[in-house]
Design a binder for this molecule. Structure first.
Ligand code: GLN
Length: 495
């Protein structure tokens, strides 16, 4: 077989389309890998063995009859907040533990149409609220680089599965950093396109004005292939953008000649510690060596990002999650009347972080407080977007850290605020709806740790400039190769 579990999507698709190997063989190799490492990694909430085999056989039959697919036979991990018809779609919550999706999300459907084969539904923080996967009510996912550390979140299962070669592409969703942060923690490329580029139809909503689907992959080219398959207008999503999509995978550059890269004055990396600061310094030098011009830009409202996000996201979540009332979806705990049934169902179905957000959001939206909190947060959001627009007058892309630290140990962020701080660098881009990605940029050994852990460089582009963004990330990746190796022997790279 000319492709194996460590091949990229392009190579797998080439081999399967050329019938050098079958999609069924790729799936069998992936299922065998899953069986051998899942006990340690725990990336999936469900493995779709039967569906993957049936899907592969159906694809092989179509290829035998002459059809070709851009992602033929590529094993796909689907975050468990995306509907896939006939599969349990839990959102990492007891509320939906047994809910079977009656239809397939548009983004997943696009990946299927391109020939990808879903092999499992990936673990996540409950309703995508969190930065470590520790808020999942249904399972523990470990970082394949060090099993004592978190994989990041909320798309932690998707990240861990791809880093451990249990899938080639992982689908994640990013509301304030949930693709970029786990990508950084697991040495992957994690790409959040412009808000509205990829349909949200069939993505269980957390904060609808921020949620965006995107890929987690082991290289930029795979991210571009997945983006090309999923991006585009969908009449089923009212916020989907009706605007032509330029293909990206065939336009990836090898240098950065003529590209102005902005470094944000307010994102001072000195405060992250010397070793982390060194990694980001080195990354800027590498960008310069590729021909980029580094310029300083300002985001004066950067420090307001977290406070703004943590009003808007809970406000939207309190409204979106009102539908889980014990009547229509998921868990029901009976009571003496409807109100008691609602109350008991929600008390039993939601975990502590989800309840906290619903309470904060309901408060921020309540009459008398609405103007003071929600409206002001919306105004601050506009200012953040304006800051970016201004910054992009003097640069083409912005380079920043993806996270303020590498992957941390389980239970080490016990108060919610310290967990929220993980998103300091990713939230401003989400508020402004901008396309942004994290690309591997080097290693640090955390204090008290024995193993070097990866860090991510976050690149951000103006609205709809996905092509320039992926292209620059590709040039950087090719020159640095920080992501050339992933943990094949899980037990060896961990204790
Ligand atoms: N960690 C952030 C939160 O808890 C972002 C989550 C996300 O992007 N889905 O809300």
């Amino acid at each position: 077989m000319s492709s194996n579990i460590s091949s990229g999507a392009k190579e797998i698709a080439r081999a399967v389309n050329a019938r050098e190997c079958s999609a069924r063989e790729v799936v069998e190799a992936t299922l065998a890998r899953i069986a051998s490492v899942e006990p340690q990694v725990g990336a999936y909430l469900s493995v779709l063995e039967r569906e993957a085999r049936d899907g592969a056989d159906a694809l092989d039959a179509r290829i035998a009859s002459g059809e070709r697919f851009p992602l033929a036979g590529v094993p796909l991990a689907v975050k468990d907040n995306m509907a896939l018809e006939g599969t349990v779609t839990t959102c990492g919550s007891k509320m939906l533990e047994r809910w079977v999706a009656p239809y397939t999300a548009s983004a997943v459907r696009s990946m299927l149409a391109a020939g990808a084969i879903p092999v499992g539904k990936a673990n996540m923080d409950e309703f995508a609220m969190g930065s470590s996967c520790e808020n999942s009510a249904l399972g523990v996912t470990r970082n394949p680089y060090d099993l004592e550390r978190v994989p990041g979140g909320s798309s932690g299962g998707s990240a861990a599965s791809v880093a451990a070669y249990e899938a080639t592409i992982g689908l994640g969703s990013d509301t304030g950093g949930s693709i970029r942060e786990p990508a950084a923690f697991c040495n992957l490329v994690g790409f959040k396109p412009t808000y509205g580029r990829i349909s949200r139809y069939g993505l269980i909503a957390f904060a609808s004005s921020l949620d965006q689907i995107g890929p987690l992959t082991r290289n930029v080219e795979d991210a571009a292939l997945a983006y090309d398959a999923m991006a585009g207008f969908d009449p089923m999503d009212a916020t989907s953008v009706d605007r032509a999509v330029e293909p990206t995978a065939n336009a990836l550059r090898e240098d950065l000649q003529g590209v102005r890269i902005g470094v944000v004055k307010q994102f001072d990396t000195h405060k992250l510690g010397n070793d982390i600061d060194d990694v980001y310094d080195r990354a800027l030098h590498d960008l310069e060596a590729l021909g980029a011009e580094i310029v300083e830009v300002e985001l004066p409202t950067a420090d307001y990002g977290l406070a703004t996000y943590y009003l808007i996201a809970p406000a939207e979540c309190s409204s979106n999650l009102a539908r889980f009332d014990g009547v229509r979806y998921g868990l029901r705990v009976d009571g003496n009347d409807v109100a008691e049934m609602n109350e008991r169902s929600r008390a039993a179905g939601f975990g502590p972080e989800v309840k906290r957000r619903i309470l904060i959001g309901t408060y921020a939206l309540s009459s008398g407080y609405y103007d003071a909190y929600y409206v002001r947060a919306q105004k601050a959001r506009t200012l953040v977007a304006r800051d970016f627009a201004k910054a992009f007058e003097s640069c083409d892309l912005i380079a920043a850290p993806a996270t303020s630290s590498p992957a941390f140990r389980f239970k080490s962020k016990s108060d919610p605020y310290s967990m929220y701080l993980m998103d300091y660098y990713t939230i401003p881009m989400s508020l402004a709806g901008l396309p942004a990605l994290s690309v591997p940029c080097g290693w640090v050994t955390p204090e008290g740790g024995e193993r070097a852990m990866p860090l991510g460089l976050q690149l951000t582009a103006p609205l709809f400039a996905e092509r320039a963004l992926l292209s620059a990330a590709h040039a950087y990746e090719r020159a640095t190769m920080h992501a050339s190796k992933h943990p094949m022997q899980i037990a060896e790279v961990t204790r």
